[in-house]
Ligand binder design. Structure first.
Ligand code: HEC
Ligand code: HEC
Length: 307
């Protein structure tokens, strides 16, 4: 086969992927028209819990340089380059104060900007896509109460070809599965709640699942991975994988997520310290128990488990 035919078939595959991605995108649009959002009412108290679970504060606050809460500017080092997080305070000009609930939902759940472009998955919409509409409405109600801050942030500094935003259509076609989780009626409420928190707002898999060289998930979910430019090792957190939490009880896991202290008395380091401090330590005990029950369940029913 000559090289030019080879190039042409790659070209065709890429065109096919882009057309596929456009079709997928437009079917989401028709499924959730803008009108359904008008009747939804968010609850600020519930939204504060969703906010903690989802760790929005951690990425969108430049804590290291004394940045204002949620005003953006934190630099995230990744193997693809450096991302600079946007301002998500309700400032109408430099934040998201002018956004409708639909705009917000479309960003957090579909990874689509208000003007129809794609977000990078460094914004973990790949997990948030599993969140319920009500949780999104509650989260928006909470974010609307945060003090607005005018702050213009810098641009991402990414390596080619990741610097080309339209290329994200192909990435999403390959690696993004949009849509809410359907509860499993054969399971307990606790298990279903834990599964939702871990895979949806908690986005635990964003660090605890392996990734391929394009940043798509690879290997068993929650079986351990690596994050950041320094390739920090992240341990597995599913009970059926050797080591790690296999020896932890449900209350060990709950205690660790509440306090940051592991059963051996050591404290969490790395990115997990922030996840506990800004996130899980603020959650109701029942939610932490649900997470622990879900993670341990892999150990009990290896054959039945899919996620
Ligand atoms: C792991 C880090 C991380 C977490 C956690 C995170 N974000 Fe982001 N977010 C980003 C990055 C990076 C971008 C920019 C993506 C891009 O430019 O394509 C972004 C973009 C956004 C945008 C688009 C803003 C704009 O001006 O276009 C919104 C809205 C947003 N995030 C809200 C949230 C909310 C709400 C949460 C919690 C549910 C959250 N983010 C959690 C990293 C994060
Ligand atoms: C931003 C990346 C990141 C996210 C998101 C994250 N973790 Fe972690 N997690 C880590 C790192 C890094 C470690 C290792 C910490 C250490 O060695 O001290 C860790 C360790 C753990 C451990 C201890 C495992 C062991 O064997 O020591 C548990 C349990 C855990 N995480 C649970 C969770 C849960 C549950 C979530 C979701 C609510 C979550 N993590 C989200 C990065 C993350």
């Amino acid at each position: 086969m000559s090289l030019s035919i080879y190039n042409r078939s790659i070209g065709l595959i890429i065109i096919g992927l882009v057309i596929g991605a456009v079709l997928v995108a437009s079917s989401w649009e028709t499924e959730h028209g803008e009108s359904g959002f008008v009747a939804l009412e968010g609850n600020v108290q519930r939204g504060a819990v969703v906010f903690r679970m989802a760790g929005c504060y951690i990425c969108h606050t430049d804590s290291e340089n004394g940045g204002v809460a949620l005003a953006g500017g934190r630099e995230l080092e990744t193997p693809f380059g450096t991302f600079v997080t946007p301002n998500i305070t309700p400032d109408p000009r430099t934040g998201i104060g002018a956004w409708s609930l639909y705009d917000f939902w479309n960003a957090v759940v579909n990874g689509v900007t208000p003007d129809g472009r794609d977000y990078y998955p460094s914004f973990p919409y790949t997990s948030y896509t599993k969140m319920t509409l009500q949780d999104i409405a509650d989260l928006k109600a909470y974010l609307d109460t945060v003090p607005p801050k005018e702050n213009v942030v810098g641009d991402h500094a990414l390596q080619f070809p990741f610097s080309v935003r339209p290329g994200l259509a192909v990435w999403k076609f390959l690696f993004f599965e949009p849509g809410e989780l359907t509860p499993d009626p054969k399971r307990t409420d606790d298990w279903n709640r834990g599964r939702y928190l871990v895979n949806g707002p908690g986005h635990c898999g964003e660090c605890h699942t392996g990734r391929n060289f394009l940043g798509g998930y690879t290997g068993k979910p929650l079986a351990g991975g690596a994050v950041g430019a320094s390739d920090e090792r992240v341990p597995p957190i599913r009970g059926d994988v050797e080591g790690a939490i296999q020896d932890w009880s449900v209350s060990d896991i709950q205690f660790a997520l509440e306090t940051g202290i592991k059963p051996d008395g050591d404290v969490f380091g790395g990115d997990m310290a922030a996840i506990v401090e800004e996130g899980t330590s603020h959650l109701p005990a029942a939610d932490l128990t649900a997470i622990a029950i879900y993670l341990k369940s892999f150990q009990q029913d290896i054959a039945e488990h899919s996620e």
